[in-house]
Design a protein around this ligand. Structure first.
Ligand code: SF4
Length: 497
C-alpha cells in the first residue's frame, strides 16, 4: 500500500464518487491504469480551450498559472491574491481536510462581501455529474474559509452562432441544487478517505459505473480479473440495465437459456452465437434494395465539430465536413469511379467542398451512405450556409439510401459482436481484409485529429504528406467497403432468383 498524498485533487475524489475501487487503485495501483488515449487527450485539450475562452467573459482577472500538479504553489499564490483583494481570480486553489480544488473563475461581490464561483464545462448543458463536481468544489472552497454567495456552472450555448460569440456561454446558477446535495458531501468524503486508508482493495464488482459518467481507466484490469468473455450478455444490443441484472445473477454467456424476452434482433444474435450461422433474410433485402437506383453514388464525409465555433453560421459542436469520398457505380458490372476531396487549409472548407461535392454526386441515382442521416444533416446544413447552392444541395437529400437499416433488419453475423457500425459489419461479412486495423487513420476521431494536425502551421511538410495520404486512404476505404457491401447484397438477391 502506498503512502497517501498530503492532498487529494477534486479530479481524483470524483473518481471515488464514480467507484471507490477506482480511487483506491488510482492511489495504490496507478500502474494498472490504462494510458490516456489520443481521443481522451483531445477531449482534455478541448476542455482547456473552452476554459480559456470563458475567461474572456470575466475580464480583468488574474490567472494563477502554476502547473496543475503544483498544489502548494497554487495555494500560496491564491492566498496572496486574496490578501491583495483581487476581485477576479482564474484557477484559484483551495484545500480543506486533505481535499484540493481549483476554481475556473471566482469573482468578489462588494455588495455582499462574498464570492461567486463560475465553473466552466465544455458541455452544452448542466449534467448530474457537474452538480456533484461543483458541489465538492464549493464544499472545499467554503470549508477553507472563503464566504460564498453563489455557485454557477458556465456551459456552451447552443444558440450561439458564429461570428457573434457574445452569447457563447450560458451561466446557470446551481446554488440551490448544490444546497440539496451539500449535507451528503462530508459523509461521502469520510467514506472515501476511510476506503483509501484501508489495506485491502475494495470488493466492488464491475457494473454500469465502469463506463458512466466516464470510462474508467481500470477496465482492462477489473474486467480481465472478472474473466468477461469477448462476447457476453453485455454485448447484446439494447438490453440496457437488464444486462447488468443478468450479469449480477451470474448469467454471462450469450447463449444462457435464462436470458429471455429478447426482441427479434437480440434473438438473432443469440442464435448466431449458438449455431455459428449467419442470419440472412434475402426477401427483406430484396424489398429494401428495390428503391435503390443506379448509378449508385457511395458517399462518406469526414467532419470536425469544434466546441468553439469557428465558421460562419456554426454553433458549438456543429459538424463541418472537411473531406469526402465518392465511389460511383453505373451498374454492378461496371468499373467504379472514385472522386475525393480533402481541405488542407486552416479555413472554412465549405466554399470549396460544396461545388466539388455537387459535381461528384451529379445525376439522378441513389446516394448510398451508411447511417445516411449523418450525411443528409450535413448536406442540409451546407444548404443553409450557401444560398447559391441551396437548391442543388437539397436535391441530394431525397436520393440518400442507407445500408445500415437493411443490415440491421436482415443480416446478422457472429463477427458483428452486437455492433452494426461499418467497422464491425464490413469484416464480419466481407472478411478480415475489410478490417481497418493497422491504418494510421482508422476511424472518425483519428480523421479529426489528423485534420487538426494537417492544418497546424507547426506540422512539417513530411508529416503533412503522411497525414494527407492516410486521411484519403481512410475515407476512400469507407466508401469502397460500402461498394463491396452493396455488391454482396445485390448478389445475394440475384442468387435467390
Ligand atoms: S473498472 Fe469498474 S469496478 Fe473497476 S475500478 Fe473502474 S469502475 Fe470500479
Amino acid at each position: 500500500m502506498r503512502k497517501l498524498p498530503k492532498l487529494l485533487s477534486k479530479t481524483k475524489i470524483m473518481r471515488g464518487y464514480q467507484c471507490v475501487k477506482n480511487i483506491y487503485l488510482t492511489i495504490h495501483h496507478p500502474e494498472l491504469e490504462a494510458k490516456i488515449t489520443p481521443e481522451q487527450q483531445a477531449v482534455f485539450d478541448q476542455g482547456n480551450e473552452v476554459g480559456e475562452a470563458a475567461r474572456k467573459f470575466f475580464p480583468g482577472g488574474v490567472l494563477i498559472d502554476n502547473k496543475p500538479w503544483d498544489f502548494f504553489g497554487s495555494l500560496k499564490k491564491t492566498r496572496e491574491l486574496l490578501a491583495q483583494k483581487t476581485e477576479i481570480i482564474y484557477e484559484a486553489a483551495f484545500e480543506h481536510q486533505g481535499c484540493y480544488a481549483r476554481a475556473d473563475v471566482i469573482k468578489y461581490s462588494p455588495e455582499t462581501q462574498r464570492w461567486k464561483i463560475y465553473e466552466v464545462k465544455s458541455s452544452t448543458k448542466v449534467k448530474e455529474e457537474h452538480i456533484n463536481d461543483v458541489g465538492l468544489q464549493a464544499w472545499i472552497i467554503a470549508s477553507s474559509g472563503l464566504p460564498l454567495e453563489q455557485i454557477n456552472v458556465v456551459h456552451l450555448n447552443t444558440l450561439c452562432v458564429f461570428p457573434n460569440l457574445e452569447n457563447l456561454f450560458t451561466i446557470e446558477d446551481v446554488t440551490a441544487k448544490i444546497r440539496e446535495i451539500y449535507p451528503r458531501i462530508l459523509p461521502k468524503i469520510t467514506h472515501l478517505f476511510s476506503t483509501i486508508n484501508s489495506e485491502t482493495i475494495p470488493d466492488i464488482d464491475i457494473g454500469p459505473q465502469c463506463t458512466a459518467p466516464y470510462d474508467c481507466g481500470f477496465m482492462d484490469s477489473c474486467w480481465k480479473e472478472k474473466k468477461v468473455p469477448e462476447l457476453s450478455v453485455l454485448n447484446i444490443p439494447n438490453l440496457k440495465e437488464k444486462k447488468w441484472e443478468y450479469f449480477r445473477q451470474g448469467i454471462i454467456s450469450v447463449d444462457d437459456s435464462r436470458i429471455t424476452e429478447l426482441n427479434p434482433l437480440q434473438q438473432r444474435m443469440v442464435e448466431s452465437f449458438k449455431t455459428g450461422k449467419r442470419f440472412v433474410n434475402t426477401e427483406g433485402i430484396k424489398t429494401s434494395l428495390d428503391s435503390w437506383k443506379f448509378p449508385l453514388v457511395f458517399l462518406d464525409f469526414e467532419t470536425m465539430n469544434p466546441a468553439l465555433p469557428r465558421f460562419q453560421g456554426c454553433g458549438p459542436y456543429r459538424h463541418v465536413a472537411f473531406q469526402f469520398s465518392v465511389h460511383r457505380m453505373d451498374s454492378l458490372q461496371a468499373e467504379i469511379v472514385h472522386t475525393e476531396f480533402l481541405h488542407d487549409l486552416d479555413s472554412d472548407p465549405r466554399p470549396t467542398l460544396i461545388p466539388a461535392l455537387l459535381k461528384a454526386c451529379d445525376g439522378e441515382g441513389s446516394i448510398v451512405a451508411y447511417f445516411g442521416k449523418f450525411e443528409s444533416d450535413r448536406i442540409l446544413e451546407m444548404a443553409e450556409f450557401s444560398p447559391f447552392h441551396k437548391e442543388a444541395l437539397e436535391k441530394l437529400v431525397p436520393r440518400i439510401v442507407d445500408p445500415l437499416p437493411i443490415i440491421r433488419e436482415h443480416v446478422y453475423d457472429n463477427e458483428f459482436k452486437g455492433s452494426f457500425s461499418l467497422k464491425s459489419v464490413a469484416p464480419g461479412i466481407l472478411g478480415k481484409q475489410q478490417s481497418y486495423e493497422g491504418m494510421l487513420v482508422a476511424n472518425g476521431s483519428d480523421a479529426q485529429r489528423a485534420y487538426s494536425e494537417l492544418i497546424n502551421s507547426n506540422t512539417t511538410a513530411d508529416r503533412k504528406r503522411e497525414l494527407v495520404t492516410a486521411s484519403l486512404e481512410y475515407c476512400k476505404k469507407d466508401t469502397l467497403v460500402m461498394v463491396e457491401l452493396a455488391r454482396w447484397l445485390f448478389h445475394l438477391v440475384a442468387e435467390k432468383k
